[in-house]
Write a protein that binds this ligand. Sequence first.
Ligand SMILES: *Cc1c(COP(=O)(O)O)cnc(C)c1O
Length: 392
Amino acid sequence: MKTLDLFEKYVIPNYTRYPVTLVRGEGSYIWDEDGKRYLDFFPGWGCNLLGHCPPRVVEAVRKQLGELIHIPNSWYSRVQGEWAQMLSERSFGGKCFFCNSGTEANEAAIKLIRLHYSSEKKYKIITFEGGFHGRTMGSLSATAQAKYHEGLGPLLPGFVYAPYNDLQAVKEIVENDKEIAAIMLEPIQGEGGVRIPSEEFLKGLRTLCDQKGLLLHFDEVQTGCGRTGTWFAYQRLGVTPDTMSLAKAVSGGLAAGVLMCRSELATSLRPGMHAATFGGNPIAAAGGIATIQMIEEENLLENANRNCEIFLQRFRELQQTCDLIEDVRGRGAMIGIELNMNGTEIVQRCMERGLLINCTHGTVLRLLPAAILTEAEVHAGCDILCDVLKSV
Ligand SMILES: *Cc1c(COP(=O)(O)O)cnc(C)c1O
């Protein structure tokens, strides 16, 4: 039976898929079953920041597979402890809870926030329009986008939606609602169109949280782990959160999620109140450790920042003559090109020419390229995309 027929017959059709079966990946390239090669500027939907099958991660995982695949969290595992230390030392020095995905990391955050304030009877969380936090019912309820809620109600109560980048609106909500416990947001909105808020907005949220005794949660599932050219996006924005969720790139392309919190908050998630069977398993941990080592040894943060300059320059140059382009923005290996038209056709045409990109929020072309991209590869992909944009 053909692969597409297997899916037709046996797989629940909850995804829109390209009619292409991918079989092999190496670095920034991926091949389909007909042997066609693609330059991948969206590897693994943001998970493969190190490219496809990064040798260091492959090697570490292979070794770990032969030693221990899975043990329950009722025992200690050396690699989980070391992974936590490495994440802590590169962020705000807090503690980690390990799970398997971004949405799970945010669920853990919601629980931590509620448990932390349960005696004060505060439980509400302010989240932002255009934000994206995942698909399970808690994270979905935190996601202030009606299109993801259709037919799924009632949602989990306790979320108050505010306009992104509007500090005054948040202040008014906090002023009028004594049950607000926390503010949760992406420091740069990913799915919402690579939207970068002002520094005053984020600093204002931090000050507000400090004054009113609220927790500030950053969802860095997409922006974290080196994606934006620093270990975490907050580090360039000059605002440190109290809790932070990670997933996507955190384990070199393996399934993993992490909730991090300031050490003083960690006891709120006390034994019995939360768990994840596969969370922090030895394979994910070995992959996570190798990921951090590879980024540091190969100076990939610097490389991502250098590439970002080229991307921005190429598309800003094109913007001078191409009136489809409204705005070009980016940080590290996260680039958004906002068009004044729907971008689906552009993505399709790039694919035909052997370049994989993404379009989000209807009109924003989103690139989440690997941090290992060479300058020549950046230009090769930009040549194709610029060509396609000029021809529309
Ligand atoms: C992808 C994403 C999620 C959801 O992650 P899953 O691993 O798919 O559950 C949550 N928040 C942000 C910001 C994301 O980009």
